[in-house]
Write a new protein. Structure first.
Length: 272
């Protein structure tokens, strides 16, 4: 995906990479294989690569991986938390990646990654209060700027969230994934998880989501989000900006991902 970024930004919460393994002193060196052995080994590798490619071709498609998708999501046999998420956002207008009234006087911009554990804490412990107190009452609208800082699963989730936004269900999709978040880069945010989340949102068409998530419109939106984050100097998630609607907003210096008090103070100051 193109977004103008030469290399991925590293989230500020991540630690240094582990050092390479060191050979113990006196450890025996491996024997050098003969040319015949190398050629035989190369043949085995080629066969393995071909087998993997064939397996990917047989099972890597969306329809064969997730099976038949319904045309509408349902709370029946849904992911844990689906009912709560549906109640949280029910009746609040959504348009793309924006939640709340278009005429809200204050805007909260949130830069998030669907795999980020700090984002998970904020979204599940702080955001519901902000939604009920300020968004539902028409005082604040939220603009979600979803990034893929952490890894390939983040990209899959981001594209799916943008695709859900085409049906005005982006916030339901994100909140449901945060409620069911696994350990980053373990493969938890799989194609199957995307499908299950889509199937757990009433009013969302999972088939349309899967058809749209790799579309030109979605990839262009993802690239625009990358450009925006780079221009804003965002280096970690969650990053929050609050200000009067129509302005760029000010950075909210959260002491922790669950620092609701500082966020409320920023919102109240913008409302004054």
């Amino acid at each position: 995906m193109s977004g103008g970024r030469k290399s991925k930004q590293t989230p500020r919460r991540r630690g240094a990479a582990a050092p390479p393994p060191v050979r113990a002193k006196g450890a025996p060196r491996g024997r050098r294989a003969s040319r015949r052995t190398l050629l035989a080994g190369a043949g085995v590798v080629v066969l393995i690569v071909v087998a993997i490619a064939l397996a990917a071709g047989l099972t890597g498609g969306k329809s064969s991986t997730v099976g038949a998708l319904p045309t509408t999501g349902s709370l029946s046999d849904a992911l844990p938390g689906a009912t709560t998420v549906n109640t949280l956002f029910k009746g609040i207008p959504q348009q793309g990646l924006t939640l709340g009234s278009s005429s809200a006087p204050v805007t909260l911009v949130e830069y998030i990654d669907l795999q980020c554990p700090f984002c998970q804490q904020f979204e599940t412990q702080v955001l519901p209060d902000i939604v009920n107190e300020y968004v539902r009452t028409g005082k604040v609208k939220i603009e979600a700027r979803v990034l893929d800082f952490i890894g390939p699963d983040s990209r899959r989730g981001r594209n799916a969230m943008i695709a859900a936004g085409l049906q005005d269900k982006a916030f339901n999709f994100a909140e449901l994934l945060y409620d069911n978040q696994g350990t980053e880069n373990t493969g938890w945010l799989s194609v199957n998880m995307v499908a299950k989340a889509a199937e757990s949102i009433p009013g969302l068409n999972p088939r349309q989501l899967f058809a749209a998530q790799d579309s030109r419109a979605v990839t262009q939106e993802a690239a625009a989000l990358d450009d925006d984050a780079n221009a804003a100097g965002v280096t970690g998630t969650p990053t929050l900006l609050v200000g009067k609607s129509g302005t760029s907003g000010k950075l909210v210096p959260l002491a922790s991902p669950t620092d609701e008090r500082t966020l409320v103070q920023a919102i109240e100051a913008a409302l004054a």
